[in-house]
Design a protein around this ligand. Structure first.
Ligand code: C5P
Length: 301
């Protein structure tokens, strides 16, 4: 626990998209998706405490730097929750402490997960009668970002619509994951702007195969079922990502998977081959590391 022990220290897990299809553009400018999300053991630590000083103060620590300005999703989450709650504010002020480990711009959902952890913490800091009802909480989460509702739910899920219409799904034993972040981050909106028409998955039952493989904890079947329609837009938006992907494929000896809009590639190695695979990609990706899928996330109080 980077922020130290305490009753409000919550895990904010990263996520992977094991499967992701882009169905088309929506009238609201977003895209309709169908995606299989799983939480990871890798995550940030988030701690929220009432404070005497007015306003929301943000303290950042840990190996990953993020901007602490008003765009910070943890800050925006605290402010959006207070606004939805309405007056009188339940505390004079708030102190939010983030220990960041999840790479920024990696397609791993770190900022969205921090936001969801702040919402969970705030809900648990007020008496049950003062909490936002579930639909209002979901609305606040959705307004912060399409991935935030997934992190509020906890556990593996299929997301439809913008990715925020969620159905929990069964996950089997944890899977070993080799994360291979590119040495630069991707801006999600820029990748979506490079979506050109529909690229249907090669197997119409691809999501079904991925779901069955996840339920069994079958890494080889998940690798075979993997699909991410954002791979091509990501390479158009960031031409260097094409070369990076090819280099990682050569180093791994098989095609890597992609999470979200990147820039993190990943592999699902057998546990015995993970360290050797990490050694082979370390030169290409200084941030490469091994983690595992997490059985479940934290429930909303
Ligand atoms: O919701 P979030 O802020 O994470 O999304 C970032 C950007 O990614 C959006 O502004 C939008 O351009 C794009 N996006 C999309 N369709 C989705 C999710 C995100 O077009 N389902």
């Amino acid at each position: 626990m980077g922020v130290g022990p305490g009753p409000r220290a919550l895990d904010a897990p990263a996520k992977l998209n094991l499967w992701l299809d882009v169905l088309g553009r929506r009238p609201d400018g977003y895209h309709d998706l169908e995606s299989l999300f799983v939480p990871l053991e890798l995550g940030d630590d988030v701690r929220v405490e009432p404070a005497a000083a007015p306003g929301v103060a943000l303290e950042l620590e840990g190996p990953v730097a993020v901007p602490a300005g008003p765009d910070n999703l943890a800050l925006r989450a605290a402010r959006a929750w207070l606004e939805a709650l309405g007056p009188p504010p339940p505390f004079p002020g708030l102190r939010v402490r983030l220990h960041k480990r999840v790479p920024v711009g990696g397609g791993l959902g770190g900022g969205s997960s921090d936001a969801a952890a702040v919402l969970r913490a705030l809900q648990s800091l007020v008496p049950p009668g003062r909490r936002l009802p579930a639909p209002a909480l979901h609305g606040v989460a959705r307004g912060l970002g399409a991935d935030v509702p997934f992190f509020l739910l906890g556990g593996a899920a299929v997301g439809r619509g913008r990715g925020d219409e969620l159905t929990p799904v069964a996950a089997g034993p944890p899977l070993t994951v080799l994360l291979v972040p590119a040495p630069w981050g991707h801006e999600t909106a820029r990748v979506f702007r490079h979506v050109e028409g529909r690229r249907p998955p090669p197997d119409p039952d691809g999501l079904g195969r991925a779901l069955r493989a996840l339920a069994r904890g079958d890494a080889a079947a998940l690798r075979a079922a993997h699909w991410n329609a954002l791979a091509w837009p990501a390479m158009r938006a960031y031409p260097a990502f094409t070369r990076f992907t090819a280099d990682v494929e050569r180093a791994l000896g098989r095609a890597p998977c992609l999470t979200g809009s990147g820039s993190t590639l990943y592999d699902l190695p057998d546990p015995g081959e993970a360290e050797a695979a990490l050694g082979r990609v370390a030169r290409l990706s200084p941030g490469a590391r091994i983690t595992r899928t997490a059985a479940s996330g934290a429930p909303v109080p």
